[in-house]
Design a binder for this molecule. Structure first.
Ligand code: NAD
Length: 356
């Protein structure tokens, strides 16, 4: 099993180091190869996604990604900015399904801005379509309006579009994932207003009949945004398009209190995937041994489960993370009085100890 390791920039380097140690400790025969990406890719090879890095990612069974971005690259033209590496990888590897769990550990409920009884024990999964929707639909641009309220003025326009097969393939990911969880899918759309959403709902309803063991419900996106903060535990799997998913997954992330705890996966048609923490490169704390490595360590668990077919090893890692939280270990982002404050490396070591 070949894993491409792309640490990237900022805290990416520190958190990936800890995740690698955890992978090494599992006793499996992983072949791990590292390559520069993002700002590090630009510095080493003149491009955020150097051809060698892309090739390594293509040849691998799974990709473990740290984070990219650094202020020193902010003045570069858009196509050379570190963040382009993620878009490039998604495009070249046809990663269309983004899985973002939002889990609120009992021990961390105080970190959430919601009341403990609302988030304690929360375990939801947002499945977001990544390749389509208004972000990529054409035509798009800025032009002079010939009609509408203000003809002759400049107007910006984008196109929301989804084909049936695009909806169907993300729907299948959601239903199959729900079968391994609480067997409930909530499909989120805006079908009272949007044609694209009407087709989305039609396809999801048809698909739902193929998964009789999974309960399918539909919800308008405005209501979903409200229900996520009112009663988030009512959800199991939420499936939605690119635009709505972008917003709802960040909202769900914040229910848990810390971005340093949230893993993510982006999968292709064959369950090959890119795994990364949901946070960025955090330049403000980079190199200070302050970053929480748990989101990245939990991303390796997702990688073992979804791409490498090693669910027992995934469970082992998740249990080890639970054990260190129960034991009171906390990095600064999740620290509360009375707990044991640790740095990135100490947290990694604690997980290794719990693993063994
Ligand atoms: P960020 O997620 O990097 O940081 C936001 C805040 O959360 C910061 O205060 C940071 O210190 C804290 N934080 C993030 N991860 C943490 C962790 N593991 N442990 C403890 N604290 C953590 O977002 P930002 O500051 O908006 O962006 C910084 C850079 O990251 C930018 O260049 C941005 O473009 C990039 N970015 C990259 C990705 C990615 O690689 N997938 C995602 C988002 C942002």
């Amino acid at each position: 099993m070949k894993i491409a390791i792309l640490p990237g920039d900022g805290i990416g380097i520190e958190i990936i180091r800890e995740a690698r140690l955890v992978l090494n400790a599992l006793g499996e025969n992983f072949e791990m190869e590292e390559a520069p990406v993002g700002g590090a890719g630009f510095a080493a090879k003149g491009h955020p996604l150097p051809p060698e890095t892309l090739q390594l990612a293509k040849d691998a069974d799974a990709i473990l990604f740290g984070a990219v971005g650094d202020f020193q690259y902010d003045a570069l033209p858009r196509e050379l900015r570190p963040e382009q590496a993620i878009l490039g990888l998604r495009k070249h590897l046809a990663l269309f399904a983004n899985l973002r769990p939002a889990i609120c550990y009992q021990e961390l409920t105080a970190a959430s801005s919601l009341k403990p009884e609302i988030v304690s024990g929360l375990d939801i999964l947002i499945v977001r379509e990544l390749n389509g929707d208004v972000y990529f639909g054409s035509p798009k641009g800025i032009r002079t309006a010939t009609d509408g309220l203000f003809p002759g003025s400049r107007e910006g326009f984008d196109t929301m579009r989804y084909s049936e097969p695009e909806v169907e393939r993300i729907g299948r990911v959601a239903f199959a994932t729900a079968q391994k969880r609480q067997k409930r899918v909530c499909s989120v759309d805006k079908s009272n207003v949007l044609e694209t959403s009407q087709l989305w709902r039609e396809v999801m309803t048809r698909l739902g009949k193929e998964y009789p063991d999974v309960e399918l419900t539909h919800m308008y996106v405005d209501n979903a945004a409200m229900q996520l903060v009112r009663a988030p535990k009512a959800f199991d799997v939420v499936v939605t398009g690119n635009l709505f998913g972008d917003i709802l997954s960040d909202e769900a992330a914040m229910l848990t209190g810390s971005i340093g705890m949230l893993p993510s996966a982006s999968l292709d048609m064959n369950n090959k995937g890119l795994y990364e923490p949901s946070h960025g490169s955090a330049p403000d704390i980079a190199g200070k041994n302050l970053a929480n490595p748990l989101a990245t360590i939990l991303s390796t668990a997702m990688m073992l489960r979804y791409s490498l077919n090693l669910p027992e090893q995934a469970n082992r890692i998740e249990k080890a993370v639970q054990t260190v939280l129960t034991a009171g270990y906390r990095t600064v982002d999740i620290y509360t009085t009375g707990c044991i404050k640790v740095g990135t490396q100490e947290m990694g070591k604690a997980v290794l100890k719990a693993l063994n």
